[in-house]
Design a protein around this ligand. Structure first.
Ligand SMILES: [Fe+2]
Length: 144
């Protein structure tokens, strides 16, 4: 049902865009704190990346096709692609802001799924909200 799957696809595209950006930063970060940032961004992209397959399968279980192309992700996502190599602290600030966008779209998808009493889907989305709340804490703490 599109009422459920449309916000779910947006949350999925935001998740995918966030994952790619964290991996991009893991690869390209530079500076004296390289080992710390490289590992920090690595932990984020690995956690988020670990949810992507299940996320797509939840979309299929809800009756829609899963977006699977860069163009579709760009159309659906609220998150801008990173095409420049920016400084490490700017990377943290960008991920902090983007993480809030992922959280907001997950929350929207979760609330719609709850309205339609899709309990398994609600549980999955709440797990993702918890994970992004933890990313929020770590990004916010690193920014200080
Ligand atoms: Fe790596």
């Amino acid at each position: 049902m599109e009422e459920i799957t449309n916000p779910l696809k947006v949350a999925f595209a935001d998740t995918y865009a966030f994952y790619v950006k964290a991996q991009n930063y893991h690869w390209n970060v530079e500076g004296s704190m390289f080992p710390m940032y490289h590992e920090f961004f690595g932990n984020i992209y690995e956690e988020v990346g670990g949810a992507i397959d299940r996320f797509a399968e939840e979309i299929r279980a809800a009756g829609a096709y899963a977006p699977g192309a860069f163009r579709r992700f760009a159309e659906l996502s609220n998150i801008e692609d990173e095409v420049l190599v920016i400084g490490a602290s700017q990377m943290v600030a960008t991920l902090y802001t983007d993480n809030m966008k992922v959280y907001a779209s997950l929350k929207m998808a979760r609330d719609v799924a709850d309205t339609y009493e899709q309990n398994g889907l609600v549980n999955f989305l709440e797990d993702r909200l918890d994970a992004h709340k933890k990313h929020d804490w770590m990004l916010r703490s690193t920014l200080k």
